[in-house]
Design a protein around this ligand. Structure first.
Ligand SMILES: Cc1cc2nc3c(=O)[nH]c(=O)nc-3n(C[C@H](O)[C@H](O)[C@H](O)COP(=O)(O)OP(=O)(O)OC[C@H]3O[C@@H](n4cnc5c(N)ncnc54)[C@H](O)[C@@H]3O)c2cc1C
Length: 452
């Protein structure tokens, strides 16, 4: 008899759970990521006659910057790309996460209705970037978020009107997020950029070559009129009983405390390299190495946008179009776009120099600070290890829900550890989706031309 008292047969708990059937699909060009880079790649490839499938784990197309809203930054530009994408004939699969590469030229993804295997002839990786968080005392308090994250929440209706916000860390996203938060009624108490004025002025001068970016910067600046801005300043401690109440910042020479309801803090962006690494693509200096056609060190695998270096949406669009054309075997047409891309890669190089992280930021993490917030691992727990794998095995750092996406980058910065390879699945997934996964990676075919 069952617990409910009727005589229905009890379920057979010894039987293995039903494994959902894996659907199959094939295409000429598979694009992972529907941000600016992925959309541009998909348009270029589909317009060349290729059968194109685009996957994105989000419920929307448009990536981080456009997030599926017409009101997001770059209004008319994104509307034009969305229209072009709709008319291109590329097939879009949303809420679909690429997890693994079970065989050569096959990607396994988790879709809303179960596992999906896609055969591809060319693959474009346009997986974007995430915010880089560095741990400091109090960074896990409720009220401490990434600037992009808090801005996205405000755009989705989270009330920030009248709330006191300190925006801190590094990168142009600080200004974009502060501007957006102010437009939603937040009171910006301070914008603190860790880079010194000297580097910021050099970056400003380089914008002369990019009048569009210069105008964008001036418009953000004028929209933030009245909001205090400090270069060469960074947070060292967040305070509060149950949630954030204030943040202490320093210039190195002087420290002070700002009362606030939110601290929006991230130290620029961290490229999403898990999938390129899994596929065997060569990664150097935190970016995927590509040749002039955006092809990686693996034949038939192209990469565009933030994983090749943090360069913003225009750089991602330029690289995406070249990758899409080359993936669809239209290399001659792709060559015509090299000049436009060169301008944006120069901008990307200027960003890298201007917003390089200062070494003092390694000191904001004290021995008691939690570095891995999924598994509560402190800096002290990690200090005795000499590489990431040891920290994982001995201290459980990176073994929690985020699988090292947050603490992995922080540990590399804090301890100077090398980036290590990735194992499938690259995102947490249901057992059903992983049932058919082999234990080893497929062999990759190195690109004979090689990357520069
Ligand atoms: C949180 C955040 C907020 C930002 N806000 C702004 C802003 O307000 N203004 C601004 O100018 N710039 C902003 N940026 C920077 C901007 O997003 C990038 O410069 C630009 O979008 C780069 O385009 P991309 O196509 O390379 O990457 P993204 O736009 O990041 O697109 C990558 C896409 O790949 C998808 N993806 C990744 N891995 C997988 C996988 N395994 N399977 C399926 N899908 C996958 C992601 O869901 C994402 O949609 C923001 C960045 C971040 C991280």
């Amino acid at each position: 008899m069952t617990e409910s008292g009727n005589n229905a047969a009890a379920p057979d708990v010894s039987a293995p759970p039903a494994v959902p059937e894996t659907r199959r699909m094939d295409c000429d060009v598979l694009v992972v990521g529907a941000g600016p880079a992925g959309l541009a790649a998909a348009c270029a490839a589909a317009e060349s006659g290729a059968r194109v499938v685009v996957l994105d784990q989000s419920p929307w197309a448009g990536g981080q910057i456009w997030r599926g809203e017409e009101s997001a930054p770059g209004g008319s530009q994104q509307r034009a790309w969305r229209r072009r994408f709709r008319e291109s004939g590329a097939r879009l699969c949303l809420r679909t996460t690429a997890l693994a590469a079970p065989r050569r030229n096959v990607l396994l993804a988790e879709a809303p209705d179960g596992p999906l295997e896609i055969d591809w002839r060319s693959l474009v990786l346009a997986t974007g970037a995430r915010e880089l968080f560095l741990p400091f005392p109090g960074w896990t308090l409720p009220g401490v978020l990434g600037p992009g994250g808090l801005h996205a929440m405000a755009r989705s209706g989270w009330p920030v009107a009248g709330r006191k916000v300190v925006v801190a860390g590094s990168g142009p996203l600080l200004l974009a997020a502060a501007h957006g938060l102010k437009a939603h009624g937040a009171r910006i108490r301070l914008i603190a950029e860790q880079a010194p004025w000297r580097r910021l002025l050099g970056f400003g001068a380089s914008l002369g070559r990019h009048p569009g970016k210069l105008l964008q910067g001036l418009s953000l600046g004028s929209g933030l009129w009245g909001a205090p801005y400090r270069a060469g300043a960074w947070p060292v401690r967040a305070q509060g009983a149950d949630r954030l109440e204030s943040v202490t910042l320093t210039t190195g020479a002087r420290s002070w405390t700002e009362p606030c309801d939110y601290l929006a803090c991230a130290f620029h962006l961290e490229p999403n390299l898990e999938l390129p690494l899994l596929l065997g693509c060569r990664v150097e200096e935190d970016r995927v190495r590509v040749d002039s056609f955006q092809e990686t060190s693996v034949v038939g695998v192209f990469c565009a946008g933030e994983p090749t270096g943090i360069g913003g949406a225009d750089c991602a669009l330029a690289e995406g179009e070249i990758a899409g054309l080359a993936a669809a075997e239209r290399r001659d047409q792709a060559k015509a776009l090299f000049g436009r891309r060169a301008a944006w890669t120069r901008f990307r190089d200027s960003l890298r120099v201007a917003f390089a992280l200062r070494p003092e930021l390694r000191l904001i993490t004290t021995p008691e600070t939690i570095v891995c917030r999924c598994e509560d691992v402190t800096r002290r727990d990690m200090e005795s290890q000499d590489h990431w794998r040891a920290a994982k095995l001995q201290a459980r750092c990176g073994m929690g829900a985020c699988q090292g996406r947050v603490c992995g980058a922080a540990a590399r910065f804090l301890f100077g550890w090398e980036r290590e390879g990735t194992r499938p699945p690259v995102f947490p997934a249901s057992v059903g989706s992983l049932a058919g996964l082999p234990h080893t990676n497929p062999t990759v075919r190195p690109n004979p031309q090689g990357c520069p």
